[in-house]
Ligand binder design. Sequence first.
Ligand code: HEM
Length: 475
Amino acid sequence: MDLDLYQYLFYLIILYVSVGIIYLFHFYKSSKTINLPPGNKGYPLIGETFDYVMNAKRGNPEKFVNDRTAKYSPDVFRTSLLGQDMAVFCGASAHKCLFSGTNKYIQAWWPPSMKKIMMHDSKNHSSVEESAKIRVILPRFLKIEALQPYIPVIDAMAKKHLETEWSPYKEVKVFPLVKKFTFGLACRLLASIEDPKDVAEITAPFDRVIAGLISVPINVPGTTYYRAVQAGKVVREIVMGLITKRKKELEMNINPDQMDVMTSMLHDDLDAVDICNKLGAFFVASFDTTSSAITFIIKSLAEYPHVYQRVYEEQMEILKAKKEGEPLNWEDVKKMKYTWCTASEVLRLYPPSIGAFREAKTDFSYGGYTIPKGWKIFWNAHTTHKNPKYFPDPEKFDPSRFEGSGPPPYTFVPFGGGPYMCPGKEYARLQILVFMHNIVTKFKWEKLIPNEKYEYIAAPFPVHDLPVSLEPIQT
Ligand code: HEM
């Protein structure tokens, strides 16, 4: 190392320490003037993101929150994540405050680091605008009435998927296969993409996009975040190609009746970049969530044979009442009550969403502290779902928690709540139930790695992809 490099490092350390002192001074000053939530903002720029990511990587994202609620305050604490100062809201009453305060003192907000991955720079709409548009477009397709005629399509795709990707093998890796199924469905619903080659092309960059969403947002070559930003560009190029193709088809009156989310946005005269941003967000929102949920359902059914047996009996009753080859319909789905209790218990223990963000629209108080206008807020389901106050013996897998009146309000929140509740909830529910029907009436399975670890990126996933051995069922 020569002297110039030592000097360079010396000045860099001085700069870093100075920024840190200014930063702490501002933190101290603002904490003195109003009663801000207690907490620690961590290091400049990085904040406490690294600590959050490391806990998530160990399969324990709730530790980040639990450590701080024990140290500072049970309902709300202050931190800095993804380059932003934020208040983290915890527990059922915090969820109630957030979900019922939407549009009064709280509004939608997405971290700029996430927007940079998912959206074209040229259309940097506010999160409030984007979220409002999403809530106009998606419910047209994803409300339960609109989805009911789609149940036979999901059923046919599940059957074909199991026939071609599972039945020929004695052992399979569950996670990549389930991803293939759920993403294939999303491609069909969102953009009528059915050719497996096109589906594979669009799937390829998504793992990198997802990996970067919750990472330290340093955009220099070699970082997870940089790779995600680059992969986001690839996704947008592919999606722009699809939009241009569909636009031309519509001008030439080719497949005028074909209906999907992309075509609907073209009919609404949204411009191509806008459509691309929204489709990208829909793909991201549906990429890992449902596949993670189904994967952990398969894991749990292998671990709890008595639960598998009850799900199997419920699904066989539905199957036996059907004629040969008759597809599932809405009436069948309504009968899948215990199956949904089981899926809910999985969503409780392994929530597929890392949570969501908001922005304070005005100053407001919560838990005895002031949240100033403009502050960012983060909530997640993990800690609440494992709080023994709401779920006695929280680590125990027990679908009966969801029978009868179920858990108290605001304690079970895998899809959020209030006006910003996940718009894909009903679609996710149908996919999960239809897939569960098909898999339990076709196979029994055993895990090949008894204590396989799992990690979180955005959603949880088993580190070895959950290999299982399959035993076909004769029906
Ligand atoms: C088991 C599966 C899923 C879970 C657990 C889940 C959970 C969530 C959660 C917790 C949020 C944040 C809500 C909030 O801000 O309070 C969300 C937002 C969202 N979800 Fe889902 N989701 C799932 C599947 C899907 C699917 C299949 C789609 C289909 C397109 C979807 C589309 C969206 C969109 C677009 C948003 C953002 C809405 C906004 O910011 O206004 N989700 N989801």
